[in-house]
Design a protein around this ligand. Structure first.
Ligand SMILES: [Zn+2]
Length: 78
């Protein structure tokens, strides 16, 4: 499969997750894609000089499914 098709599939998945309320418009996680819980937690926070957040990840508190990563001001993936 060529990379263009993979990219379109990825975009479609993001669009679908936003439509269904799993992700906000900026891809911030709202709801777990596995168990549909809205009880999410941040983990793996990377701090610069102990106070400036460089990156962190968000997962479901119940089933621990990783939902998205935030780094340098934006959300990574769906
Ligand atoms: Zn879950």
């Amino acid at each position: 499969m060529n990379t263009k098709i993979i990219h379109i599939k990825y975009k479609l998945r993001q669009w679908y997750l936003v439509k269904r309320g799993y992700l906000a418009e900026d891809y911030e996680p709202i709801k777990c894609t596995k168990c549909k819980s809205t009880d999410l937690e941040e983990y793996d926070e990377d701090l610069l000089n102990g106070n400036l957040t460089l990156s962190f990840s968000v997962r479901c508190k119940h089933c621990k499914t990783p939902l998205n990563d935030w780094a340098y001001g934006s959300w990574y993936r769906a």
